[in-house]
Unconditional design. Sequence first.
Length: 487
Amino acid sequence: MATLTNGQVDGTVHGVGVVSASTNGLVNGLNHSHSPAGCPATIPMKDHDAIKLFIGQIPRNLDEKDLRPLFEEFGKIYELTVLKDRFTGMHKGCAFLTYCARESALKAQNALHEQKTLPGMNRPIQVKPADSESRGEDRKLFVGMLNKQQSEDDVRRLFESFGSIEECTILRGPDGNSKGCAFVKYSSHAEAQAAIGALHGSQTMPGASSSLVVKFADTDKERTIRRMQQMAGQMGIFNPMALQFGAYGAYAQVQQQAALMASVGQGGYLSPMAAFAAAQMQHMATINGLPGAPLTPTSGGSTPPGISAPTVTSIPSPISVNGFTGMPPPQANGQPPAEAVFTNGIHHYPAQSPTAADPLQQAYTGVQQYAAYPAAYGQISQAFPHPPPIIPQQQREGPEGCNLFIYHLPQEFGDGELMQMFLPFGNVISSKVFVDRATNQSKCFGFVSFDNPGSAQAAIQSMNGFQIGMKRLKVQLKRPKDANRPY
DNA sequence: TTGGATT
């Protein structure tokens, strides 16, 4: 008697139920008796990997009940909905169709897509996965920290036990070298999830700096955001505010070093940082083409000409030296105005940091502080009515010949100190000290990128062999990426 | 002792 009930319900709601019931049997019959949509929530009807199809080029006089017979030929239908205008309710000539089985959808797509034209239409019917259907992103994994020798097959072997892999691609550079990461696409989200659970962080590949990374690949949105951030980073570098603060940072730094030098007694111990400060003073003088710049520029409030002016002009800024009149006036001691920098309670470095009291450190902190509160300064606000926010610097390479490799850095140097050290030679677009991931300790080498080769050369000239403490800096052009492959 | 990458 189930047949009778089924027939009644279908006859009322869909009009094609009798055919459906006779071909699909009891389960289908139950569905229809419980759910007018044909898909009860009580029984897991739809395969987890089912595909939602978009059906296009449907004559507007055909509705769901007319379309069902056409598509049921390929399998049990989970859901079929003709798209209607939200306001007018008008048939839009297309539909969404989900079969209970993924296989049915593939069969239908193969048999129908562009294969026949429905009456009254001048283009063939469209049957393909709906746009809303994930283009694979929810089952696509990003795999990082691979060994660069690992091939697609190696990666497949690693991932195959968690599901069927539809796609496996190693990311490679233009030269074909693996970037140490890959994409793996499974046929379902669940498989991908299983692989994450089992493999993420599970092992460390030989030559990789940390354990295997297995995560869902970025969605379109995330990728867009990433790109925006990159764009913003580039803008930030050439943003005049950043240049101004950069210039001011260098200026303050030199002033502070001078003050420090003046305060160090004849036989006093010179810390590596102080030694650096002192030596850099001399370098500054050298760069300026001035012999023996005064080391005690503490008199009066005026700018020591041998030090500050060339510092400013060495920075290829469209803002003239007069731009400096827009800055908060430096104090006689070279410190930025105390209330602006030191009273807001923010300390970028923990007080226990061994370098926290260093002039260089303070200069750097000062730069950051100003960067954080540009609106506080009226004249600057006039010059730049809407100063763009300064984006935290990201690691960026400059053009060929602009990137330096620096070795024998003091252990306590971080990115900021490295940048401060090289700011006098030009526009530093990136500075990076390598840090051991496990210990967080500097590896005592790093990179600095300028925006022009001249600055890089000037920096090499002045800073290569530069003594800090017991060590001498090694400053040279960074090796190009492809330079270390003997074979 | 040569960019900690990356969608």
